[in-house]
Design a protein around this ligand. Structure first.
Ligand code: IMP
Ligand code: MG
Length: 180
């Protein structure tokens, strides 16, 4: 199938670049003179994380990763979260910036944030490229948001549908015929 039969563009490469610039400026202002561990949530955050990281001017900036599984298949998530890969840095007393592709029900990020706070982090802030507040089930909010969107299923720039389309350099809305 042709790409235009599968999805419609939601955020172009240029818009992604401008959005990452905007978020990086906010983070650089808030964390100036501080030290931070940037924790990417695998796998969806990788492109956003890579673009964001090179725009961060914070002197003391470390990188780590966490992976969580929400027992989902395709576009349906069960809500039960488990950590499948934990961070390796010592989080005790540290300021952590969680970087995620999309905040949807909030199950994943509220679970990871709670987990890092229980491990002794001094603070955990959330940075997400996309936010779908309409589907929120947990009382979690992002500190940095690229774009708030309606209840759409999007792919590309790291975001997947059953592990596909992560490689697209832009973000598209997956047509419902593909997953319904
Ligand atoms: P939450 O736990 O429901 O907030 O969902 C978080 C995860 O679900 C995200 O990290 C994504 O991996 C996935 N997800 C939610 N919405 C979308 C979407 O529109 N496209 C692709 N993945 C999504
Ligand atoms: Mg995902």
């Amino acid at each position: 199938m042709l790409h235009q039969d599968i999805f419609e563009e939601l955020m172009s490469e240029q818009e992604i670049n401008d959005t990452v610039d905007k978020i990086a400026a906010q983070i650089n202002r808030d964390y100036a003179g501080k030290s931070v561990i940037v924790v990417g949530v695998l796998k969806g955050s990788i492109m956003f994380l890579a673009d964001l990281l090179r725009k961060l001017t914070i002197d003391d900036c470390q990188l780590d990763f966490v992976a969580a599984s929400s027992y989902s298949s395709g576009s349906v998530s069960s809500g039960k979260v488990k950590i499948t890969k934990d961070i390796t840095c010592n989080p005790i007393g540290r300021d952590i910036l969680l970087v995620e592709d999309i905040l949807d029900t909030g199950n994943t990020l509220s679970y990871i944030k709670d987990h890092l706070m229980k491990m002794g982090a001094a603070s955990v802030r959330i940075c997400t490229l996309f936010d779908k507040p309409a589907r929120r089930k947990q009382p979690v909010a992002a500190d940095y948001t690229g774009k708030t969107i309606d209840d759409l299923f999007i792919v590309g720039y790291g975001l997947d549908y059953s592990e596909h389309y992560r490689n697209l350099p832009y973000v598209g809305v997956l047509k419902s015929e593909i997953y319904s």
